[in-house]
Design a binder for this molecule. Sequence first.
Ligand SMILES: Cc1cc2nc3c(=O)[nH]c(=O)nc-3n(C[C@H](O)[C@H](O)[C@H](O)COP(=O)(O)O)c2cc1C
Length: 138
Amino acid sequence: MIRQLCYLSTVSEPLDALALAHLAESARRYNAAMQLTGMLAHGGGYFFQVLEGPRDNVCAAFGRICRDRRHHDIRLLQDDTVAGRDFAGMCLALAELDVSRLAAPERMFDARAIPALVASLNHDLPVAARVRGASIAA
Ligand SMILES: Cc1cc2nc3c(=O)[nH]c(=O)nc-3n(C[C@H](O)[C@H](O)[C@H](O)COP(=O)(O)O)c2cc1C
């Protein structure tokens, strides 16, 4: 079984495209070695990440992510055991976060909004990104 978690966090310092690419590059190497897949959406001063894989590996990665000072106010939105991956084959897909989806405070914390958000982000990824986990400029 696969553990899948998602969180929303606040960006500590604005990240430019290069800084984001560096972050994603090192995260992908780690994720690939730990059989982790997922996506990272960034925009409007927020990160939204889905991380999925073997239970202990997800736990270890999330622990490190939580200690990372590049973001704070990490809000765990969902932590479930799921039958299959939503981001199979993608070590860490990058997407642009449309903050209008998060604008209302009640949606920001409403776990019921997550599947639709994840589905829409995944759907937005071009086929190449789905296959290779390539970064995209959405
Ligand atoms: C928003 C965000 C998402 C991250 N996602 C991942 C990830 O999916 N996998 C990962 O290994 N590291 C991720 N990182 C980076 C880790 O927090 C950490 O900096 C990196 O793994 C290197 O850790 P180390 O300096 O202890 O070696 C993320 C960091 C941030 C700020």
